[in-house]
Every structure is written in C-alpha cells, then in structure tokens.
Design a protein around this ligand. Sequence first.
Ligand SMILES: [Zn+2]
Length: 230
Amino acid sequence: MVEQCVNCDEKISEGGLLTSPNKYLSQSELSIINFVEGTSYAALCSKCGQRVNTSAHHKLNSSIDEIKDYLQRAAPDFPMLTVGVLPGANEYRALGMVTANIAVGTGFFNELSQGISDMFGAVNEQSGMALKVNKGEAAARGILVSKALAMGANAIIGVDVDYGVTNNNAATVNMQGTAIIISDPAAVLGEKATKSAEWIVWAWSRLIQLRRWSQGEIRDGEIYFPSPPQ
Ligand SMILES: [Zn+2]
C-alpha cells in the first residue's frame, strides 16, 4: 500500500533510482513550524512543508541576528566597574570570576569563538598596534560581559586590564573581574545604567531562548513573541 502525506496526499517514499525521496518532516521541525507560524499541522512532507519550513527558520534566524546585533552594540553599556567594593551599604552577591584573554594578530578570530563569539564593541579606525589593542579590548569586554550574563549577573566589579605584546607582534589583552548581582542596582548605577543593564540581560535571555527554539525545544506555555521587560 502506498503511504500518502496526510496534508497534501503526495506519496511518501524513500526515493528510488528515478524518483527523489519525499519524507515527513521530523517532529522537531514540525513543532518549530507550528510554533513560529502559529499553525497546527499534524504532519508535513518535504513537498508541502518546504516553503513553511524555510519561512519559520528564516524568522528565527533573523530574530537571532537582530538580538546579536543589539548585544554587540549594547555590550559597552553593561555595568563594568573597576572598584572592588560597592559604595555605601549596597548588597550584592558575588557569582564568580570572569576572564578574557585575547591575542590580536594571528588567531584573533579563533580567540573570539569563546563566550559569545560574535560580540564585540566599537572599534576605531586607527591602524597597527592601536587598532589591535582596541579590537582586543572590545572583544575581551564582549567575552567578559557574555560570561557574566551567562552566570546571571547584572554587573561586573573589580575589573582589571593588562596589555602586552607577544614575540610575533600580536597585542594581548587580559581582562578579568567579578560577576555580581546587585540587589538594588539603581542605587549604585543610577536609573539610566540600570535600564541599559536590564535590557542587555533581557536580550541575552531572549538569545538563549531563540537558540533553544531553533533547535525545536519549545516549552509548554511559551509564545513566539514574549514582551520585553517593563
Ligand atoms: Zn505533504
């Protein structure tokens, strides 16, 4: 007996010498489509599902790119303080040390693959060593922020930076700090910086969520467009 797609009646087959295969989309692909497109298909085959499958992935990937782009621009606004102790009686919980070691020269882009690889801040248009150092600093900052965000922090304190040059003329930037959660960030950072930090934290969680969705892991009760923080 010939199996036919429950959605479009197209023959389901493994393919043969002269025919191309037509299989059902996997459960994970199907749940991504129904979630993103707001549909409720019970099944889709390669033939009837291709367009909507491409569309759903395109939507998710564009959202991921947008969020990454935002994080890249906003990373320098994440609260990073050189002081090791907060002024006054501000309560905070230390989550742990965050570090970034960058060598800008050969292998710069490999270095970037740690943390959120594609996150770096503004780089000016100088050339030579100054450019390398600026690139390295922006990349190190991006890595530090992404590590802190992954730990659930809303600020980094005790930030320390060391610069160096390797034998083969690469610039090195070593940055470290302590990721913390400040109980009352507005009291320490002011309203504006607190809002920026909240947006960055929100964007980070949104990025994690979008990546999870794009792998077909959709949790009960989740909707495709959650609202941003108030
Ligand atoms: Zn079909």
